[in-house]
Design a protein around this ligand. Structure first.
Ligand SMILES: C[S@@+](CC[C@H](N)C(=O)[O-])C[C@H]1O[C@@H](n2cnc3c(N)ncnc32)[C@H](O)[C@@H]1O
Length: 301
């Protein structure tokens, strides 16, 4: 698992910067009549932020050497879900439980499903094997991760495509359901993403969604969801379940931590303690409400 804490922190910095840039871009547009073809400050920051996402996750793919199939924080209930899993899925239990709870909100059997932000495809593979969709397309911005998925997950009806959540490479009304797990905090134009999800869904189709935000981002996030193009059928604060999943998943995260592979052995103890500290900090933030994690179900009219 990567350091989600750092991921959220960096993304928030970019979001804050792009807000500032949006204001200065307005001034630039008004003043610079002769430089219309030059990129605005906002466009430059958006490009930079997108590059950060690509480089960060490409690095995770390269150094994880095929052992890291789930990139989310995990999920566990009280009492434990005890989701039946094969021996090969067992190491990824907590990440898969988040996928299961998000996707099983509706019946996906015989449906055409798109997952946006599929990461290393562990969730996609599990859902195809257990929920019986007619087809399942996993999309991610990280082309290296998509190449890894294409080699690693060979199942009938499952395919992977490189692409951007904010500009989906599919025609209107081509899917019955769209799944999105712990990826949307990376997007720069969240309302634009919701518009894209709605565009590719057929009428009556479902959007199955889970992600987290810092407390100061909650109001605009939930306003975008409430006023967006799809109808909210249910919402649930799952911060306690994610904090529990994160705690139970700590040893697995330490075992597969990617940065250890590129550092000399004498630094491994320090890396383990950084991973432990990041987990503790993220759990504490989930428990205190500094960060909240939500699961949603939406329908397209
Ligand atoms: C925390 S990982 C979660 C991956 C996967 N859903 C999982 O749970 O294992 C976030 C994922 O979002 C992807 N992502 C970030 N920005 C994206 C974008 N604009 N379009 C599509 N995917 C994006 C990243 O490449 C990464 O794979």
């Amino acid at each position: 698992m990567t350091s989600q804490y750092d991921d959220y922190a960096l993304q928030s910095r970019y979001s804050a910067n792009t807000e500032t840039a949006r204001d200065s871009a307005d001034v630039e547009t008004a003043q610079a009549t002769s430089s219309m073809e030059l990129p605005t400050a906002r466009e430059r920051l958006l490009t930079e932020a997108r590059q950060y996402q690509k480089i960060h996750y490409a690095l995770v793919t390269r150094v994880s050497a095929g052992e890291l199939l789930l990139l989310n924080n995990g999920y566990e209930e009280d009492p434990p879900m005890a989701l039946p899993l094969s021996a090969s899925d067992e190491p990824d239990r907590f990440g898969l439980q988040l996928y299961h709870r998000t996707a099983a909100q509706v019946d996906l059997s015989d449906k055409q499903v798109l997952e946006v932000g599929c990461g290393h495809g562990g969730g996609a593979s599990y859902l195809v094997r257990t929920l019986g969709p007619a087809s399942y397309t996993g999309l991610d911005l990280n082309a290296d991760g998509i190449a890894f998925c294409q080699k690693r997950h060979n199942l009938p009806g499952l395919e992977f495509v490189a692409g951007d959540a904010e500009n989906l490479p599919f025609s209107d009304q081509s899917f019955d359901a769209v799944i999105n797990v712990e990826s949307s905090h990376c997007y720069l134009d969240f309302p634009g993403f919701l518009a894209e999800v709605s565009r590719v869904l057929r009428p009556g189709g479902h959007f199955l969604y889970a992600d987290a935000r810092h407390s100061y981002e909650i109001a605009p996030w939930q306003a975008a969801l409430a006023t967006g193009p799809m109808r909210m059928l249910s919402q649930r604060n799952i911060s306690a379940e994610v904090a529990r999943g994160l705690e139970r998943n700590l040893q697995h995260s330490i075992d597969v931590v990617v940065y250890k592979r590129i550092l000399p052995a004498f630094l491994h103890g320090s890396v383990d303690s950084i991973v432990g500290t990041n987990h503790t900090r993220f759990c504490r933030d989930l428990q205190s409400g500094t960060i909240t994690y939500w699961m949603y179900l939406f329908a397209k009219a």
